[in-house]
Design a protein around this ligand. Structure first.
Ligand SMILES: C[S@@+](CC[C@H](N)C(=O)[O-])C[C@H]1O[C@@H](n2cnc3c(N)ncnc32)[C@H](O)[C@@H]1O
Length: 298
């Protein structure tokens, strides 16, 4: 299958400023000072985003060629730092394809729009809607190739997964942020669970509730993606030494829906006493998992 050709692909990463890269963008993102010198504080941030870009670039190069080029939606975009760098280093030279930034803070959406206009990045769009709302937005195409969510707050990562499933994303690139929803659910029946299973010791102390909640959330997200036909890789986003949230979940659509993953997901929810979350967070797990659950096979 033909792939997107990027004739002037930027060279990897020894330099902070790559060939062909917009110096004006780096100034606007405060990576370069007005005099064009590297701002040391921001240099680290640039390296971090380059690091994530390395993963995303490989996926973009794997996409089959299409008439209008690749589509990428970045959820919880913030200042759209990631989106701008991806556009500058990939989409600009490609001459086609569109990046969509989804962000609830209107002032960030407005400033991103203004910057994209100033730089002539005409195939960048910014939507002032929540991740959940974006699934229904008529400003987005029916299919999106790549979904990214970099430290999108709380359940916004879950909403980004739901978006990716609905838009039949070929790839999802998720770096989750703190997630409180599951920790709240773990809190609810704590005493009951402590009587039921020694496992509940894992979340008896509030600090552990938060940590186990966060860890379990990401495990469930991976199982959910696998049950919906994605091959999942979990790795460390090395280079993010100053960020506590360093887990990178890469999901590639293969179409092979793993029944066992759906069943495991449900079994885990049950083991942790939070099966009430099933309908809200994992609505698309197949009926086979529910049947296995009802038959007490899991
Ligand atoms: C921690 S910031 C990360 C920004 C950016 N991705 C980055 O890494 O630089 C999270 C951003 O997500 C936005 N956000 C939080 N929940 C959201 C939601 N449900 N829908 C859209 N944006 C959301 C916040 O306004 C904030 O700008």
């Amino acid at each position: 299958m033909p792939k997107h050709k990027l004739t002037s692909a930027p060279k990897p990463l020894d330099l902070d400023v790559r060939p062909g890269q917009s110096v004006e963008l780096l100034k606007q993102l405060h990576i370069l000072t007005r005099e064009g010198k590297l701002n040391q504080d921001s240099r680290r941030k640039l390296k971090q985003v380059y690091h994530l870009f390395q993963f995303i670039e490989k996926l973009l190069l794997e996409l089959p060629a299409s008439e209008s080029g690749p589509t990428l939606a970045d959820h919880g975009a913030g200042k759209s730092y990631l989106g701008f760098i991806i556009y500058d280093l990939f989409f600009k030279a490609l001459g086609q394809g569109t990046i969509y930034g989804i962000e609830t803070r209107s002032e960030l959406v407005e400033s991103s729009k203004a910057l994209a206009q100033k730089l002539g990045f005409e195939r960048m769009r910014f939507l002032n809607v929540s991740v959940a709302e974006s699934t229904q937005s008529d400003q987005l195409p029916a299919q999106i190739d790549v979904v990214t969510a970099l430290h999108a707050c709380d359940t916004a990562t879950d909403d980004a997964i739901a978006f990716g499933l609905q838009k039949k994303a070929r790839y999802m690139v998720l770096v989750p942020c703190c997630q409180a929803e599951l920790a709240r659910a773990l809190n609810q029946n704590k005493a009951l669970n402590l009587q039921r299973t020694p496992l509940a010791e894992l979340w008896r102390h509030p600090l552990h509730t938060r940590e186990v909640g966060s860890q379990l959330t990401n495990v469930l997200r991976c199982l959910y993606l696998e049950s919906k036909g994605y091959q999942v890789t979990v790795t460390e986003l090395v280079g993010w030494e100053h960020s506590m949230k360093n887990e990178l979940i890469l999901a590639k659509y293969t179409g092979q829906k793993k029944r066992a993953s759906g069943e495991r997901l449900l079994a885990l929810l049950k083991e942790f006493g939070v099966e009430g979350m099933m309908g809200a967070r994992y609505p698309l797990v197949g009926p086979h998992a529910l049947e296995a659950f009802a038959d007490r096979r899991i």
